[in-house]
Design a protein around this ligand. Structure first.
Ligand code: NAP
Length: 302
């Protein structure tokens, strides 16, 4: 039995040290394994296209929170995919979501634009209690972000596939109702066949006048042309941490739009040491016959 690590080598050294300390009997290889048949666990962003050399592979651990980079249909059916759940991911996401939501709520794009011209001009503030913030996706990150936003006094709502109950949050599975009641909408959905392109013309048309978008999910969920049309109409501003493509080309219109803030997919980054601890917990669970924390439902796609 062994572990094969196939991602950034410097971070792999951190993993290797923690594995050596914590599971010294389990061989941990970076880049390649001397005996591929012994590999039961893999740590990767994307696995090799051909996994036939690893007949005893049980679990592939993603080094990132999302698993949309995996072609699930191409993976052998017995191989489980585990998403990265190290706690720092949620903490960083809360910081980013709160920063972006407050920035749009407090007209930061307009002030950055005015600053280009040295223009000192106050805009009218709005009360947080009169501002409805809706979070799309009520998983571990959506939950954490709602808890992070709560102290600011926003009127909070949440949207998910299956019914959720979060104290102080108006949860719904009805997208039209949710969008009509969101002055600021924060997207934290996983990228699946159902959510690809979900931020389209119909999405923007369903938002109230003067709404704002904070997009922290995946770039391919946003129809960028539809965003452009919405910005010419009723959408006030957008903060995009994810784009399609990534990196966003230097001459893309999004960079210079006065009411759009782009950050280069930096909301959360996996901490290598905590990531290793998450993988070790998953391997231990699997060896004990239990489900590894973060095991993905391959049919659902997340
Ligand atoms: P998660 O725990 O799997 O939660 C996903 C949530 O989305 C669940 O509430 C789920 O509904 C809901 N959902 C999925 N498909 C849906 C659909 N078609 N319609 C409505 N709701 C749907 O995921 P997470 O850990 O919170 O992460 C969410 C995503 O954030 C990741 O997949 C990744 O793409 C993104 N992310 C971005 C960054 C960044 O740096 N920008 C960093 C980390 C993660 P149910 O509750 O009914 O299952």
């Amino acid at each position: 039995m062994s572990v094969l690590y196939l991602s950034d080598p410097a971070r792999g050294e951190v993993f290797a040290r923690i594995f050596a300390d914590t599971m010294p009997d389990l061989p941990f290889h970076i880049g390649s394994a001397p005996d591929p048949a012994a590999v039961e666990y893999m740590v990767a962003w994307t696995p090799p296209a051909d996994l036939s050399a690893y007949p005893n592979l049980r679990l592939i651990f993603s080094v990132g929170a999302g698993v949309d980079q995996f072609d699930m249909s191409a993976l052998p059916p017995q191989v489980g995919i585990v998403r990265m759940l190290e706690p720092g991911i949620a903490r960083q996401m809360v910081q980013m979501a709160v920063m972006a939501t407050l920035s749009l709520h407090r007209d930061m794009p307009a002030y950055l634009d005015q600053a280009q011209r040295g223009q000192w001009q106050a805009l009218t503030t709005r009360d947080a209690a009169q501002t409805r913030v809706g979070v799309m996706g009520l998983g571990q990150l959506g939950h954490a972000v709602l808890a992070g936003l709560a102290p600011f006094g926003f009127d909070l709502a949440g949207y998910s596939r299956s019914p959720r109950d979060i104290p102080g949050v108006d949860c719904t599975t009805d997208l039209a109702t949710f969008l009509a009641g969101s002055d600021i909408v924060v997207c934290l959905l996983p990228l699946t066949d159902q959510t690809r392109g979900i931020l389209d013309d119909a999405f923007f048309a369903a938002l109230p006048d003067g709404a704002h978008l904070v997009h922290l999910g995946r770039g391919a969920q946003l129809d960028t042309d539809a965003l452009g049309r919405a910005l010419e109409g009723r959408l006030a501003s957008a903060w995009l941490d994810v784009t399609d493509p990534e990196p966003l080309p230097q001459d893309h219109w999004l960079w210079s739009h006065p009411r759009v803030i782009v950050t280069p997919h930096v909301a959360s980054q996996t901490n290598a040491a905590q990531g290793a601890a998450h993988v070790i917990a998953g391997i231990r669970a699997d060896r004990a016959g239990q489900t590894a924390p973060g095991l993905v439902d391959r049919d659902r796609g997340y």
